[in-house]
Design a protein around this ligand. Structure first.
Ligand SMILES: [Zn+2]
Length: 293
């Protein structure tokens, strides 16, 4: 089995625990938003029996290569039961959009600075950060693996049941740990956390969109600093492996703590518990920084 990104590999590892090891296409630290396939990647994609990816809103580099495959590929965003969000969706279901915009409409970025993958109204492809979605993905993987390898079908199903129970415990653990952080101000450089935030009552105060600009303009930087000044003590989260150089400029002299949140799990071991570790680590990063404000 080949998965496009590490989080899918971690989910697959829970299903294949004790039977096999799923492979992953993107190397650690590579962004799925800006990846260019190497010739060896193209061969792997064409030859593997089972392939899982998020979908064209995330791995926009994949569709043209998938066209050359004779075996099935699963875009998990299309699976029945998947909870999907779009950028700009309100976090609370009973909250209407205008209200949410008034409360949280502090995004510094203007329309031009949203890259295609994160533009308002687009599908939010960071869907793996919701335990319920991991379960939907694992269920499909267990069914496919059981069909391809019937001798181990009972093991895949038992692994799926155990993973489901661990996801339930994870969800309760995250609710308990993150419940007290609602309203604490933080800013991010990448709008990747909405599924997680909506599930656990968090809301970023703003997104510093710098992805599409090598050097953001002075006016843009000044606007971002103004937002930070207004927020008072706050956390600013970047994603490993890169901390934008801008982060230091933006926060100099302000009561702001720079920290990291890792949505991709680049440094995690690939084992049956890796997915839970990915989400527990996100919670750790939030609790450590926001809990100290
Ligand atoms: Zn993203």
């Amino acid at each position: 089995m080949l998965t496009s990104i590490k989080p899918l590999q971690l989910i697959a590892a829970a299903v294949q625990d004790g039977v096999g090891s799923p492979a992953v296409l993107l190397p650690p630290g590579a962004s799925p938003h800006h990846y260019a396939l190497r010739p060896s990647d193209v061969r792997r994609v064409r030859d593997v029996a089972l392939l899982y990816w998020i979908g064209p809103d995330l791995e926009s580099f994949l569709p043209r290569v998938l066209a050359g495959r004779s075996q099935p590929s699963v875009a998990v965003q299309d699976l029945p039961g998947m909870h999907l969000r779009h950028f700009g969706d309100s976090h609370a279901e009973d909250d209407d959009h205008d209200q949410a915009h008034d409360e949280h409409g502090q995004e510094v970025a203007d329309e031009h600075e949203h890259d295609q993958a994160h533009r308002p109204g687009a599908l939010d492809a960071h869907l793996w950060l919701l335990p319920a979605n991991a379960r939907v993905i694992a269920t499909r993987m267990a069914a496919d693996l059981s069909g391809a390898d019937p001798a181990n079908a009972a093991r895949y199903q038992a692994n799926l049941a155990a993973f489901g129970a661990r996801l339930e415990a994870l969800d309760q653990r995250l609710q308990a740990r993150l419940g007290g952080l609602a309203g604490k101000p933080y800013f991010v450089f990448h709008e990747a956390y909405d599924y997680f935030e909506a599930a656990y009552g968090l809301q970023h105060a703003g997104v510093f969109s710098v992805a599409s600009e090598v050097q953001p303009g002075a006016r843009h930087v000044a606007a971002m600093r103004t937002r930070l000044q207004q927020a008072g003590p706050a956390c600013v989260f970047s994603e490993p492996p890169l901390r934008p150089r801008l982060a230091e400029t933006l926060t100099a002299g302000l009561p702001v703590t720079l920290a990291e949140l890792d949505t991709m799990g680049g440094a995690l071991a690939v084992d049956g518990n890796g997915y839970e570790t990915l989400l527990d680590n996100l919670a750790n990063g939030l609790v450590e920084c926001l809990g100290a404000l």
